[in-house]
Write a protein that binds this ligand. Structure first.
Ligand code: SAJ
Length: 458
């Protein structure tokens, strides 16, 4: 039988990363037991359905469930390899203290069923040292097992860290083809984890130690955050100088060694806006650049709210369309979305003058209730609205030709219509009044997704 020499795998946390990972492992022929705290998620998966939107995931989950390779439950069962993909948010304590409670809870449940020869792999984005903490948590309750790095002889258990690097919308493709960094608590642990990943990853798997692998993941996202911050700062400078930032970036990027990213209404999602804080928290004195980048990107939301508000006020007769609520283009993920924050703030301020266009949402999130704002489609927006505020560069919006936007007042925060100059400098008086106003925290609306980062999976 094909499956005889293959390990039994347990994937803990069936969210955005855990479920696709479980499905890809099962596709490689391994029997996978997925674990999630939500009975609803477990029931959905056991029916062969999915609770998240991701390209081609529905067909894959249906197939592996039908073949008996993937099943889900709420309790961890015995296995040979345990993959932990649970959330690692930070505490809203002003210090951005990482919240490792989900990882440690997973470690505790794995510890109950652990046997000699097993491998544990942490995939959740984690502060440096977390994999060792996980090991110590297991050691505290399983003194019968020799754990790596704690005993001189050959350990009973292998423990490694291996972060994912996938982009929403391309998860199945990237899970298989991206290179992976595999950090072992010891080199032997790394080798055991490598053998496992080689069964389903086609990209190159590079082994290292656990702490370096943890830092590598954080560095990747902090690198992107810092670079987006540069673009966002440029856009604020361009607004102050009445320049078209898209034109400047387009020209600068013709330099062979310059590649400036795109400004936007701020940085959203649950990775880039979170992970840099894990580095800052670990080395607060040594991270002025990373901390400042976070501030620049967060402040960009205030800047966009200020400019958009000024635009609505200076066009009192016009109906205003906010284009997009998602945290980035062409996805239905609205968590930690700057577009959603901007649109909701405008809706609260200007009520029924505000219309929202979001092709990826069946209805508006709850914070729009009672504001008077309505949801319309792009055609209605182009017919009825004199002011267009582009908050997400969905393909649908990008496809609107210049002729259909003629005569509109446009504030394009994404460069979706970089062929049309944006609004010029607004009155400094209006801007200084608006900037600094508190932006409400994003709700946890997950209308089209039934789980959030803090509920299930990364
Ligand atoms: N953004 C800009 N300008 C840009 C690029 C992005 O404003 O030029 C904004 C997006 O609109 C969005 C936010 O940044 O609001 C984040 O989007 P993203 O596409 O940069 O990243 P995520 O959060 O979808 O995924 C990232 C990826 N990390 C890197 O590219 C280094 C992905 O590979 C990781 O797997 C993922 O974080 C993760 O899970 O950590």
């Amino acid at each position: 039988m094909r499956g005889e020499n293959l390990p039994q795998v347990s994937v803990i946390g069936l969210g955005y990363i855990g479920l696709p990972t479980a499905a890809v492992i099962a596709r490689a022929g391994m029997r996978v037991h997925g674990v999630d705290v939500s009975q609803a998620v477990v029931d959905t998966i056991n029916r062969g359905d999915i609770h998240i939107e991701e390209v081609d995931l529905d067909g894959l989950v249906q197939a592996v469930v039908q073949r008996g390779l993937l099943r889900a439950g709420t309790e961890v069962e015995t296995a040979d390899v345990f993959v932990i993909a649970v959330p690692t948010p930070f505490h809203r304590d002003g210090q951005h203290t990482p919240d490792l409670s989900y990882v440690l809870a997973a470690a505790e449940s794995v510890a109950k069923v652990l046997k000699a020869g097993d491998t544990i792999i942490l995939e959740s984005t984690s502060p440096v040292g977390t994999t060792e903490q996980l090991r110590d948590a297991i050691a505290a309750v399983r003194s019968d097992l020799a754990l790596p790095g704690l005993t001189a002889g050959t350990p009973d258990i292998a423990i490694a860290y291996c972060p994912e690097r996938v982009l929403p919308g391309r998860i199945l493709e990237e899970l298989t083809h991206n290179d992976r960094s595999i950090g072992g608590v010891t080199p032997r642990c790394a080798r055991k984890a490598l053998t496992f990943y080689k069964r389903f990853v086609r990209g190159t798997c590079v082994t290292t130690d656990a702490r370096s692998a943890e830092m590598t993941k954080l560095v990747e996202n902090a690198y992107r955050d810092v670079n987006i911050a540069f673009a966002n700062e440029l856009s604020v400078v361009a607004d102050a100088m009445d320049l078209d930032v898209w034109e400047v970036i387009r020209l600068a990027n013709r330099h062979p060694r310059v590649n400036i990213l795109s400004p936007g209404p701020g940085v959203g999602g649950h990775c880039i806006a979170v992970d840099p804080w894990f580095i800052v928290h670990g080395a607060p004195q040594e991270t002025p650049l990373i901390r400042t980048a976070r501030g620049v990107n967060d402040n960009k939301i205030h800047h966009v709210i200020a400019r958009a508000s000024a635009l609505v006020e200076t066009n009192p007769q016009a109906r205003v369309a906010c284009l997009g609520l998602a945290f980035k283009a062409n996805i239905d993920d609205f968590r930690e979305s700057p577009a959603r924050l901007v649109a909701a703030t405008l809706a609260r301020r200007f009520g029924e003058r505000i219309a929202i266009v979001e092709p990826f949402a069946a209805e508006l999130p709850p914070e729009f209730e009672g504001t008077g704002a309505t949801q319309i489609d792009i055609d209605t927006a182009l017919e009825d609205c004199g002011v267009l505020i582009v908050l997400v560069d969905h393909d649908l919006f990008k496809s609107v030709p210049l002729a259909e936007r003629a005569g509109k007042v446009v504030y394009d925060t994404r460069g979706a219509w970089a062929d049309q100059p944006g609004v010029g400098a607004l009155s400094c008086e209006v801007l200084s009044r608006e900037v600094g106003e508190a932006v409400p925290e994003a709700g946890r609306w997950a209308q089209t997704r039934t789980t959030s980062r803090t509920a299930s999976g990364t």
